[in-house]
Design a protein around this ligand. Structure first.
Ligand SMILES: [Zn+2]
Length: 388
C-alpha cells in the first residue's frame, strides 16, 4: 500500500471512535482553560493508540503534546482546539477541530517511520478569548515547527479567510457624585463621559479603514437615578484587518474616551488587554491542502470576500510559523454560522462528523506531502519570508 492508502485506511479504521470522542466532548462543553475532561479524553485516545502524550505543556494544565516520526527534513504541528462557549456550548465546533486533529495525527502514526520528519499534535486550550496558542508560543511550544495546521468548521469550504487583529479596551470614568435634583451643579457625571465616548467613536467611524470593527457595551452605567453617577465604565473590542493598523485604530478610540473625559470633567483610567493578531494564511500550503481535498472530492474556494471575519489566536501562530486555517462546511451555505445555537447542533451531526473526517484525511495527507516534498517546503518558506 502507498503512504496515501495507509493513512486513509488508518483514519477510516478509527472513524467511529474519533466521532464518538468528538460527540462526547460536544456533550460535555467546558469553557476556556477548564477543558479538563476534553484534554484528558483526547490525550487518552492518543495514548491508547500507542503514542506517548505530554500533559500540561507550557504551564497550561489543559494543553498537551504528542510526537511521531523522528527529526528529519521538517516538523509539522497539527493543532487541536476543544474549548466551548458560555451558554451555547460547542457553537464554534471545536469538538470537530479536536477530532479532526487527533484523526489526522493517528492516521500519520500509521506511517510514522516513513515520514521523513516529525509531526506534533498540539492540544491548544482557550481559543475563545484566552489566547492559549499565544501562551504556548511564549512557552516555546512552536520552536522548530516548520508548518502549523488546523481546520475550522463553517457553512462553506474555504482554503483561507481573513481573521481580524483585536484588542480589548476598558474605559473607567470617575466623576463627582451629587444629588441629581437638589444640587446637580455640584456633580460631574461619569455616565455622560461613557455616552460621549460612544458618540465620539461613532462620529469617527466614517474614517475607519475597510474591515475595521469597533463594538462596545456599558459595563457600569451608574448607581442610582437620584445620584449624578460617580463611576461608569464601558468596554470596547477594537479589530482591524492588519495588526499595524490596529495600533492606529486603538489610539483613535482612546482619544475619543480622553476627549469625553475632558469635556465632562471626569477622570479616565484605561485598561488594555491585547487580543489576537490577524491571520496570515500561507497560500502555498493552503493550496496544497486544497489539492489533497479535491482528491477527496471536496472543492474549496480560496476565500470568500463577502464573508464576515472574527479573530483567532491561530493568527498569532501564523506570524511566527507558516500556517493554514482552512474552513470546511458542516451545514448548508448560509444556513447558520459560528456562535449560533443551530451551529452547535450541526457540530454533533452526521455531516459534522463526515466533515471532521475529511479534514483529518486532508490534514494528514498535506502533512505527509510537506514532509516528503522539498520543493513544497521551499515554496512555503519563501512565501512566509516574503510576508504575503
Ligand atoms: Zn472557533
Amino acid at each position: 500500500m502507498s503512504a496515501y492508502e495507509t493513512i486513509v485506511s488508518a483514519i477510516d479504521g478509527r472513524a467511529a471512535a474519533v466521532a464518538q470522542l468528538s460527540r462526547k466532548i460536544h456533550a460535555n462543553p467546558e469553557l476556556r482553560f477548564e477543558e479538563k475532561q476534553a484534554s484528558a479524553w483526547l490525550a487518552d485516545a492518543v495514548e491508547q493508540a500507542g503514542v506517548a502524550v505530554e500533559r500540561g505543556v507550557g504551564g497550561l494544565p489543559t494543553a498537551f503534546r504528542a510526537r511521531i516520526g523522528r527529526p528529519g527534513a521538517a516538523r509539522v504541528a497539527i493543532l487541536a482546539e476543544y474549548d466551548a462557549l458560555p451558554e451555547i456550548g460547542h457553537a464554534c465546533g471545536h469538538n470537530l477541530i479536536a477530532g479532526g486533529a487527533v484523526g489526522a495525527f493517528l492516521g500519520l502514526a500509521s506511517v510514522a517511520n516513513d515520514l521523513g520528519g516529525e509531526v506534533l499534535l498540539l492540544g491548544t486550550p482557550a481559543e475563545e478569548g484566552g489566547g492559549g496558542k499565544i501562551k504556548l508560543l511564549e512557552a516555546g511550544a512552536f520552536e522548530g515547527v516548520d508548518a502549523a495546521m488546523m481546520f475550522h468548521p463553517l457553512d462553506r469550504d474555504l482554503l483561507s479567510h481573513a481573521s481580524l487583529a483585536s484588542e480589548w479596551l476598558t474605559f473607567s470614568f470617575t466623576g463627582r457624585p451629587s444629588h441629581a435634583a437638589a444640587s446637580p451643579w455640584d456633580g460631574y457625571s461619569a455616565l455622560s463621559a461613557v455616552i460621549q465616548t460612544f458618540n465620539l467613536i461613532d462620529s469617527q467611524r466614517v474614517h475607519f479603514r475597510d474591515g475595521s470593527r469597533v463594538h462596545g457595551f456599558i459595563t457600569n452605567g451608574g448607581q442610582a437615578v437620584n445620584i449624578i453617577p460617580e463611576h461608569a465604565a464601558c468596554q470596547f473590542s477594537v479589530r482591524a484587518t492588519r495588526v499595524a493598523y490596529l495600533a492606529e485604530l486603538v489610539e483613535r478610540v482612546q482619544d475619543c474616551a480622553k476627549a469625553a473625559a475632558l469635556a465632562t470633567r471626569v477622570e479616565l483610567a484605561i485598561e488594555r488587554v491585547p487580543g489576537y493578531r490577524d491571520m496570515k494564511d500561507n497560500m502555498t500550503l493552503a493550496r496544497a491542502f486544497g489539492d489533497v481535498l479535491a482528491g477527496l472530492g471536496r472543492h474549496a474556494a480560496e476565500d470568500d470576500p463577502d464573508l464576515g471575519a472574527g479573530s483567532t489566536d491561530m493568527g498569532d501562530v501564523s506570524h511566527r510559523v507558516p500556517s493554514i486555517h482552512p474552513y470546511l462546511a458542516i451545514c448548508a451555505r448560509g444556513e447558520t454560522t459560528c456562535h449560533e445555537h443551530a451551529f452547535a447542533a450541526h457540530a454533533a451531526s452526521d455531516q459534522g462528523m463526515a466533515t471532521m473526517l475529511d479534514a483529518a484525511r486532508a490534514m494528514a495527507l498535506t502533512a505527509q506531502r510537506f514532509l516528503s516534498d522539498a520543493d513544497l517546503r521551499d515554496a512555503v518558506r519563501a512565501e512566509f519570508k516574503r510576508g504575503s
